[in-house]
Design a protein. Structure first.
Length: 414
């Protein structure tokens, strides 16, 4: 790497200005953002990005899945593309760094390369992937780009079919478009992403950058416990078939089982919906939104069976019926060793400490990992907070991450 390249740095003020403008869209009173996928606020953020890309003089590109990107072409039109990116959608009442930092840093890398007239051997594309967070499908845009999206994923999205269809209509997207957004692997040189850690490991160890080793897989289900609606005052306790008991007992037992038997995994019940849902009616039905994660494909099968058995046992225990609806899986994936090496090298060049870390959060890179070399870096999250308005990363750390992204792109693209 020549001196001219290794001394290149992103423009921190310009990145901060763009990041702050974006954070105003869907902003909440407590400094977070509420931009669930394809909501009005998310569409406003996408429109802002589109305009920002064009105002910055880049070619704007979109595809059938609604992924938005800025392209910095190289001299060789047939050269493959190195994608840098993340996502602009948020969880409900989320933070302003998750996804947004990665998209804006990717665009800032393109601006820096262009103003320094760096001509790499690859096209570089700064990408905002559609629906990363899973309020609709999850990793939707990246799965479509990777060619992994199936009709079934769209028919049974975990956020509900109605919400998906409404969102797609608002965004002007179609199923046929979604299913035809795949790119050929030979057109891809790789995928790099900067993200906040969303945990405390970097902060606790005083490390500047986490170099991701692997991204966990995620499986999700709706479990429906079925009982019988009855009068909450006049029905004896022993006569009730109360669906809430199965749902609650399952949630507690799942936690105990995972902590005891699956120490590498996590389980979450993120939502319960009661029907009919009133103070004075014994719940006839409880829908449980269940998600579990593992870094290991084989372990998933065992955990899946164990959780389903547990749900069955709790249903029997309280005289309930049980229905299960599977919402699909995102596979765990290993990050590319050459990309990890490029990140480590870039950190060393910049004088930044680094450590290898697995990712417990899902990311778009896992959709692309079987197509092209994929790598991610993390910057420290204050107090590990994420998926919350408390999410915060010091600006100096964001800038460090963007510079590592730039230097790694130079190393991989030269
Ligand atoms: C996405 O952030 C996820 O891991 O749920
Ligand atoms: Mn994210
Ligand atoms: Mn997230």
């Amino acid at each position: 790497m020549t001196q001219a390249f290794s001394s290149l740095r992103i423009n921190s003020d310009r990145l901060l200005d763009a990041f702050n403008q974006l954070a105003l869209i869907g902003a909440t009173a407590d400094s977070g953002v509420d931009r669930p996928s394809l909501s009005e606020a998310h569409l406003a953020a996408r429109k802002w990005l589109h305009e920002h890309i064009e105002a910055s003089g880049f070619e704007f590109r979109t595809d059938g899945a609604g992924n938005h990107s800025a392209v910095l072409p190289c001299d060789e039109p047939s050269a493959p593309t190195l994608i840098l990116g993340s996502h602009l959608d948020s969880v409900p009442n989320g933070g302003r760094f998750d996804g947004a930092l990665g998209v804006m840093a990717a665009l800032e890398v393109l601006k820096t390369l262009r103003e320094n007239r760096i001509n790499l051997k690859v096209q570089i594309e700064a990408m905002d992937f559609t629906d990363e967070e899973g309020t609709l499908v999850g990793l939707l845009g990246s799965a479509a780009l990777a060619g992994h999206l199936s009709k079934e994923n769209l028919e049974k999205p975990r956020g509900g079919r109605e919400r998906l269809v409404e969102g797609m209509m608002r965004a002007g997207l179609t199923e046929a478009g979604m299913l035809s957004a795949a790119r050929k692997p030979e057109t891809l040189a790789g995928y790099l992403e900067l993200h906040i850690e969303q945990g405390k490991r970097l902060e606790k160890s005083g490390t500047d950058i986490g170099i991701v080793t692997a991204i966990v897989g995620i499986w999700s289900y709706k479990l429906t416990f079925l009982g019988k609606a009855d009068h909450a005052g006049s029905t004896a306790m022993e006569d009730r078939r109360d669906a809430s008991l199965g749902a609650s007992a399952f949630t507690l037992a799942a936690r105990e089982m995972v902590m005891r038997d699956f120490p590498n995994c996590v389980v979450n019940v993120g939502k319960m919906e009661f029907a009919p849902g009133a103070f004075n009616i014994v719940p006839a039905q409880v829908d449980v939104s269940l998600e579990f994660r593992s870094p290991d494909a084989a372990e998933f099968e065992r955990l899946n069976q164990a959780l389903l058995n547990l749900a069955g046992e709790q249903a029997v225990r309280f005289g309930l019926g049980l229905q299960t609806e599977f919402f699909g899986k995102h596979a765990p994936s290993l990050m590319d060793t050459d990309v990890r090496g490029a990140f480590a090298n870039a950190c060393d060049e910049l004088g930044l400490s680094h450590m290898p870390l697995p990712s417990g959060a899902g990311h778009d890179g896992q959709s692309l990992a079987d197509l092209c070399p994929v790598g991610m870096i993390f910057v420290p999250s204050v107090d590990g907070a994420s998926h919350s308005p408390r999410e915060f990363t010091k600006w100096e750390d964001c800038v460090n991450g963007a510079n590592v992204l730039l230097q790694a792109a130079l190393r991989l693209g030269m």
